[in-house]
Write a protein that binds this ligand. Structure first.
Ligand SMILES: Cc1cc2nc3c(=O)[nH]c(=O)nc-3n(C[C@H](O)[C@H](O)[C@H](O)COP(=O)(O)OP(=O)(O)OC[C@H]3O[C@@H](n4cnc5c(N)ncnc54)[C@H](O)[C@@H]3O)c2cc1C
Length: 419
């Protein structure tokens, strides 16, 4: 063979390989393009996709552990975010006993004696705080965000120190992640991260193979809590995906902050990221976030029983009653009941635009006690000396005879309350 022929065949061989390689690359891109095209079609608004059958999640409820108030000592206190607005408290029992296991997502109710800024007089308030660590540890942990003007959160940040003792009700609440392998999507806005971080830590410790997505919406990096830990967990557990979403990301981009999405957690992001799978969604965040995402998920074909939500109350915007409660609470076609607040000396006709007795009392300027605003903690338990109430939903907390839970009741007849 001549040198020229040899060069020709070598060049021909290389050329052939290049053509095959290009063909293969083109074929792969074509397949990817087809997949994206199909996704785009699915994103067509108004189109509801068929959703595979969803295994039901059993939701537990009720208090576990102990009855009444138990003394827990603050064993450790530390900040969780750059802004210094979220502070964690680790609590150990004063009696030296064991802290019972809880379901991830449950909360504690704290009884705090807070001095009034003006008079110095002490006033007792009850507030709920989600457990932010996993069960099975020696301590319980809560993480509290400072709320401007907030009575309890500022007191905890500024005055409650290591060694102080808090009165605490046992873990309660129905916003819980049951063990299992059903894939789940957790979505937090701001401080709504606390119950979800407990779910993540529990899940990864118990069944790390479960598919868990976590979308964490904050304004910017300074507001983020638990970020380093969550990043590390997502690197070490292939089943766990973590996306930090910054709605005001300009400064973070300049500072080369580590985040995954510039913008809010919205339905477009969820649809782009999630495959069509029978996910259960757990949402905890501001009312606006939940009110936007719930119908958007429903529009995507997610069934109501697959959407679990928790709202922290006034500090996150007014606590909206569940759609079921709204339905029950349609104004009845009968004479209005007279509600008498014995201690405050106030007497008013029931306002049918109000959903609960708690809201009614607040509307009249009565300093009514409250905690969870959902019938779980018992903080709003109030004596009924005359008349009857009706419950808008079954409470987790069983009220004593002769009392009612203001946050989930309305008057059935004329009523006299010891408030
Ligand atoms: C189940 C559950 C779990 C929670 N978990 C956490 C948690 O993990 N971490 C956390 O930081 N918080 C959590 N919260 C919220 C927490 O219980 C408190 O509501 C929060 O700390 C604010 O309390 P505060 O006493 O500081 O504020 P408050 O003094 O109660 O005031 C809060 C804000 O709401 C306004 N406000 C007060 N009352 C009303 C009203 N009736 N209507 C409208 N606005 C009002 C105030 O002006 C203020 O801006 C949870 C709440 C619930 C129900």
């Amino acid at each position: 063979m001549t040198v020229a022929k040899l060069v020709f065949w070598i060049a021909f061989g290389i050329g052939l390989q290049l053509v095959l390689l290009a063909g293969w690359a083109f074929w792969r891109h074509w397949l990817r393009y087809q997949e994206l095209q199909q996704r785009l079609e699915r994103l067509d608004p108004g189109r509801v996709e068929p959703v595979p059958a969803v295994p039901p999640l059993v939701v537990a409820s009720g208090n576990v552990g102990w009855s009444g108030w138990r003394s827990l000592r603050v064993a450790r206190k530390h900040l969780e975010d750059h802004a210094g607005s979220i502070c964690s408290f680790e609590l150990l029992p004063v009696d030296g006993g064991v802290l019972p296991a809880f379901l991830p997502g449950q909360f504690l109710t704290l009884h705090l004696s807070v001095p009034d800024a003006a008079t110095g007089e002490k006033r007792v308030v009850s507030r709920c705080y989600s457990l932010s660590d996993r069960p099975g540890l020696r301590h319980y942990r809560i993480s509290v965000k400072r709320v401007p003007g907030g009575v309890a959160s500022n007191h905890l940040h500024d005055h409650v120190q290591v060694g102080d003792v808090l009165s605490v009700l046992a873990p309660a609440g129905r916003f819980v992640l049951e063990p299992g392998l059903t894939p789940v999507v957790l979505i937090a806005g701001g401080i709504g991260i606390t119950p979800l971080v407990s779910m993540i830590l529990t899940q990864l410790a118990q069944e790390p193979q479960r598919e868990v997505w976590f979308f964490y919406g904050v304004r910017d990096a300074s507001e983020r809590a638990f970020h380093g830990q969550l990043r590390e967990l997502s690197h070490n557990h292939p089943g766990f995906r973590y996306l930090a979403c910054h709605s005001q990301s300009a400064a973070d981009t300049q500072a080369r902050e580590d985040f995954d999405h510039a913008g809010r957690v919205d339905i477009t992001l969820l649809r782009m990221r999630l495959a069509l799978r029978p996910y259960h969604f757990f949402l905890c965040g501001p009312t606006a976030m939940i009110d936007t995402l719930r119908p958007a998920l429903a529009g995507w074909g997610v069934l109501p029983e697959q959407i679990h939500t928790e709202n922290f109350g006034p500090s996150m915007g007014s606590k909206e009653p569940s759609p079921e409660v709204r339905k029950v609470a349609t104004p009845p076609k009968r004479a209005k009941q007279m509600v008498t607040f014995r201690i405050s000396g106030k007497k008013m006709l029931w306002d049918t635009n109000v959903v609960t007795l708690l809201e009614f009392a607040e509307q009249q300027g009565i300093d009514a006690p409250f905690g969870c605003r959902s019938g779980a903690c018992g903080a709003c338990q109030t004596g009924v000396t005359q008349g009857e109430v009706e419950y808008l939903e079954n409470p987790d907390f069983t009220p004593d005879p002769g009392t009612c839970l203001l946050c989930v009741t309305r008057p059935r007849t004329d009523l006299t309350l010891t408030l």
